[in-house]
Design a protein around this ligand. Structure first.
Ligand code: XMP
Length: 527
């Protein structure tokens, strides 16, 4: 595949805040807070090239916190180019410390880490604290080991706490500010005001990064990039690829060719629903590839979970490539629904920055002889921004708010060997569970819910007869980030009703169990 061009904003027309990442767990939050002010912000690693920073031409820079200590050698420092640009700078936590050190101040390691709430006292008026009167105090969130112990020569003290005498400082004449606390976290009450003051009053950014402008702008960008040529998109029915499809459809209409692969491991009626929505209702150029038999043939006799994942992934690539190959003479671009967290995760630092094909993953690699550029119109958007865009583009609400569904689909929810019969049973059970969650207004209260087909038979009585039949587990979790999760405390009456429906309506199932394990130590999926 050819090197991809970046399809991002036409950055000439918008104001940008660069967030330089020193490795803080809160870096993404900083960018979110800036975008909530309708100003675009981009995160780049602290060791990004000078050229990239210059090309971005930001209106202001925020230096994030980070886990290192400036008192150790070989820890990150602010690149000189930042100072040469002569634009406003705001250092947060580690960003403050390295700023102080680079301007000749002193940073010392404190014996204990300060972590949690603190109160800062404003010692001096500052545009950064516009709206707060001098002498007032503000509740803030601290998370640091080191602190600035001696102000650099050209800086004034702005605020202090009892344990951090230099909690905020500013340059005597240049627009350079630094904070020991974290204004980006919600625990810092009024932290948003501080960020707003920096972005709108110090950097003078124009808050013009609005969703409707953004959609129009992206459509123009795509038209400009693609012209009259054709674009191929692997549509999974998930939010990211669906929003990408709708945006590209608005931009290039029938020159977008979407491929949806039915791998035989989808939810009940999913392929039909996707076809109805995108092809019949929205009139997209969509090819639905019925590859159920190929997947089931490749999966026959396989019970190991990692093997199953690999086979499903590889078969997907084969099927997709096979279709793409047929179209290769007419297609010039490959579109992907890559979103900002995918990009950040794959580029911790400049050296590791790689354009990785989104891999959990619907589109794998394409044959080498296919010369395509990548089109990734959502590449710089957060998930909630993608949802907002989808809503504006008219993607139905139930698709926008749908729980995540793993790439290998029901393949990781059928423990042991996968057969079409088991898929059918699981689809029916899952459809009952989800329909009941929606009916009881519980669907949006849990983050992910599904059924699992267990590899055991258990005894049951039907009429006078004892018989061994299948067991279905139901799982529902609450989580923010899917890294940790709590099992959902669904009402007993609700669980009883779901269980009754499953055993009564699905002949092969005689028993339903509810998974009461949280993550960790359990994972969300069973395989
Ligand atoms: P676990 O089971 O690791 O799941 O707690 C965390 C989240 O990731 C999803 N998941 C996957 N998604 N391919 C995917 O695309 C996979 O192989 C896969 N395994 C787990 C899972 O559904 C949950 O949202």
């Amino acid at each position: 595949m050819k090197d991809s061009k970046d399809l991002a904003l036409d950055k000439k027309n918008i104001d940008i805040i660069l967030v330089l990442d020193f490795g803080s767990q809160y870096t993404q939050l900083i960018a979110r807070r800036v975008r909530e002010l309708d100003v675009f912000s981009e995160i780049l690693p602290w060791d990004i090239s000078t050229e990239k920073i210059r090309n971005l031409n930001p209106n202001g820079i925020i230096l994030s916190g980070g886990p290192d200590s400036v008192t150790s050698a070989n820890t990150p420092r602010i690149p000189e180019v930042i100072f040469e640009l002569d634009i406003p700078i705001l250092g947060i936590c580690y960003g403050m410390q390295t700023l102080a050190e680079q301007f000749g101040g002193q940073v010392t390691a404190s014996s204990s880490k300060e972590f949690g709430h603190a109160t800062i006292n404003l010692e001096k008026t500052s545009v950064l604290f516009d709206g707060f009167s001098s002498g007032s105090s503000i509740d803030v969130w601290m998370s640091h080991g080191d602190q600035v112990s001696t102000l650099p020569d050209e800086f004034n003290l702005v605020a202090s706490t009892s344990s951090a005498p230099i909690a905020a400082m500013e340059h005597v004449e240049r627009p350079i500010f630094a904070l020991q606390f974290h204004p980006e976290v919600t625990h810092t009450k009024q932290g948003n005001t501080v960020i707003e003051n920096f972005v709108l009053k110090v950097c003078n950014c124009n808050p013009a990064w609005k969703m409707d402008n953004l959609i129009e702008q992206r459509i123009l960008d795509v038209k400009q990039m693609v012209g009259n040529q054709k674009v191929l998109l692997g549509l999974s029915g998930g939010v990211d690829s669906s929003v990408t499809a709708m945006l590209l459809d608005r931009a290039i209409g029938k020159n977008l060719i979407c491929i949806f692969v039915d791998n035989g491991l989808l939810r009940k009626n999913e392929a039909e629903d996707v076809e109805r929505l995108f092809k019949d209702t929205m009139d997209l150029n969509l090819l639905v590839i019925d590859a159920k038999k190929i997947f089931h043939r490749h999966l026959k006799g396989i019970s190991d979970s990692e093997m199953k994942r690999k086979i499903i992934g590889r078969t997907f690539i084969d099927v997709f490539d096979n279709e793409a190959e047929k179209l290769k003479d007419e297609i010039n671009f490959l579109a992907q629904g890559t979103i900002y967290p995918d990009v950040i995760e794959s580029s911790e630092s400049e050296s590791k920055e790689a354009r990785v094909i989104k891999s959990h993953h619907n589109v794998g690699g394409l044959p080498d002889d296919m010369n395509m550029d990548l089109v990734e119109p959502l590449r710089d958007l957060f998930k909630d921004e993608v949802r907002k865009m989808g809503a504006e583009l008219g993607l139905p609400i139930e698709m926008l708010n749908r729980h995540p569904f793993p790439g290998p689909g029901l393949g990781v929810r059928i423990l042991g060997e996968i057969t079409p019969e088991k898929v059918k049973i699981l689809q029916e059970a899952d459809a009952i569970f989800i329909a009941e969650l929606i009916k009881a207004n519980l669907y949006d209260q849990v983050s992910q819910a599904f059924c699992v087909f267990l590899p055991v038979k258990s005894v049951g009585v039907v009429g006078d007869e004892r018989r061994y039949a299948d067991v279905i587990a139901i799982r529902a979790v609450e989580t923010v980030d899917f890294m940790t999760a709590a099992w959902a405390k669904l009402p007993y009456e609700f669980l009883a009703h779901v269980s009754n429906r499953i055993v009564n309506e699905i002949e092969d199932v005689s028993r339903v169990v509810y998974d009461i394990s949280s993550k960790p130590p359990a994972t969300i999926e069973w395989e």
